[in-house]
Design a protein around this ligand. Sequence first.
Ligand SMILES: [Zn+2]
Ligand SMILES: [Zn+2]
Length: 790
Amino acid sequence: MYEIPVFTSDTYNNTSYVRSGYLPFNPLLNKSLVSFQTIELYHHLFMRCPRLGIQPFVRALCDLQGVRFKNNLSVQISAAYDLYIRLVEGVRLKVRQALGRDSSNWRMLNNCPCCQYEVVGELELAIRMLLGIDGNNSLKRFQRREPPSEDGKSLGPEKEREDNRIGGGDYFLQPEAVDLWDESQWHKWPGWTPKERSPKIPCEDRWSNLKESNTNRTFGHFDVNGIFGGFCRHSFTIVFLDMIRTGEHSKYMLALLNHFMSASREDRQRLGLPKNPSGSLGVGYDIACGMTAKIIRSPLNDLAQKERLSMMIGLLHGYAHNRLCQLSFLLLYIQGAGIEDLEVCERYFAQSNALAPVTQYMGRFRRRQAIANYAYHRDNMESYHNLSRFIVSNYKQALGILSRSRNTACTLRAVGLLDVKNAAVWLDEEKAYLESHQDIPEEDTTKSSYYLALGKLWECQDELRRARSTFRMESGPPSELNIDHANQLVLTERQMVNKQEMEAKLLLDVQSLEERLGLRRDQRWKRDSEAWNSARELVQTAKYRKAADKLEGLTVARIFELSKMNVAGTGYKMRQHIGDAMKKCSKAILSALEEYNACAASLKPPRKLLDWDDILNYTYLSEFNFLRESRADILDKPWAKPAVREAMSELFKLIRAGEEINRLHVEIKRLLTYMKEEEEYFATVVRRHRDNDEPLAYQIWLHGRERSRFNEVHRTRLKSIQKLKGFTVSNSHFFQPGIGARRQTVDGTEVVDAEAEGQNPNNENSDESETEDEEDERTEAILTIANDPV
Ligand SMILES: [Zn+2]
Ligand SMILES: [Zn+2]
């Protein structure tokens, strides 16, 4: 902070302060100022370390300058920071206008070079872009209110200063656009007709955000309960939505997808590209199973079909879903998914959560502004910086998996899986089987109930018989009774009456079940009769299934705890807490495991017993449906044999790795083209403005440098791929820049090459990478998480 120097010539003092490199604290009278460099330093520190609020920064400044900290200094610096952000945003807008990039959706549609900068004649991908979407509860906002009502039941009225500014720019979708997607508003969409609700989703009990009653609830003092966001697989932001007074409601997902898909569609139309895209849009969401049904019923269905929306479940979350869901949504089985895990939201939020302590108490405008600034910084300084690292690391992982192809081929031969097509057919068979065996037949349930009711009735009758004989033995002539004996007799009589009442009740149960089973009185089952024995087996199987359910539930819970533990940014205390929870959970798993094994052994024939290692390897979760399956016919199916299942899994990993290499080739070419054309474009625009508006030319140059500073490291890293063991030399042509289908010219319009569509000069396919010479040295990357014995 500096004492005000005397400035002249400008009409307003503040203009002359800013011109001289200082920021004022208020519009009128300023006794001191702060330099741009100081505020810029704070801005960059805040972006890199969002936990850093203004106050500790101002305290540090006071320490440096040897003055005492006063609260009003924080208020002043905060006002100057607001002004700084306004100026930066104003400059950024001017630069965007000069670049012809100021339309409202430009950023969203052009943010990621690898996903969005199409190159003329590139390889067509089955999935054109992979996104992850999810809600996050950390970035909530506390609303200032008057004290609650006297009875304490309702919150006091809002007491915040009115602020009409919205904030967040093109990083946020407005609440009005979101509310249109609430189910109660669907009828307002033209052409939409109500469809029947889908039956209960098998995973509903497992995922709290699949239950509407959970997502509808509000959260007291918080008017914004968090954000819902979408990111491409390289962590570039698509858009954020504020979750206002609800949990992770389905309207956020629908609004986000509608916003992105309709903007992409309009953009293609504007550029004269074909109306319908060639590849699908893969969207990973942890509850994709339930949400797919919702999308089909909603007004979004039409657009989703045209844009070829395909919902998927991220790798880690996928294993916690029911096997039927896995067969439809697990990335391992989706054609074109590559080795992507689509857990990008978890990674993004793990870092952005650091914003929460600072933004929680901000006003609406300031909070959104801070989140948008953070996202801008993250997109350009981190996600862009990490792009080539991402590509190199995935390339290595995919080569590593492909290098095992010879071993996998041996395994496949050993289990008789000679034709790759069979694997897909077997998956379909498994799905059809599970679909047709979802519910236990009603007759089996009635038989089990009858078996249990009969058992209880007989037990009760035995006890009654015993009570009667005791009563007869104990009751003698009244004259011989002493008081104690008389009391005992009354007690025995009461027990006998109770048992009699119980018997009558149980008899009624038994009779009603006999009616349902169509049995006459004389056909009542006898102990050890054939019907009795088969019903006993049914009951034992049910008990066994229950034990398997419990074990599976605990294992799923353990995965979630583990995933929280591994997230960067989880504090020490939280980790301790999770560690304790894990220990308790492990004990519970051990006892559930014992119970499960006891039940499994009692079945005829006995089921496979599990050990601790099976539980630790959580890919085993996908086997639970089979464990529960009691019908003998399943054992004859080729796809139900453990060795075959394992071999199929290996095969799918191999296929996905081949796809990943293809996708990476496309991404590499896009990135190289993007860097070259952006550098040229910026240089031209800067040249154009240098003579008539030098400051603007400088700002455009600075804007270009935001990303171009990383270009050299990208080129070096991408080059290193060609030296990897297992790299196929004939793929080298992907490492040359092509011609961008969206490249811009100096007059600000994008050039579209009609040849961009439909051409596929590269007839490379994954098989070429699977050469015989590939060695088994690379890291085993795909599903490292999945295969990790923890
Ligand atoms: Zn599911
Ligand atoms: Zn991307």
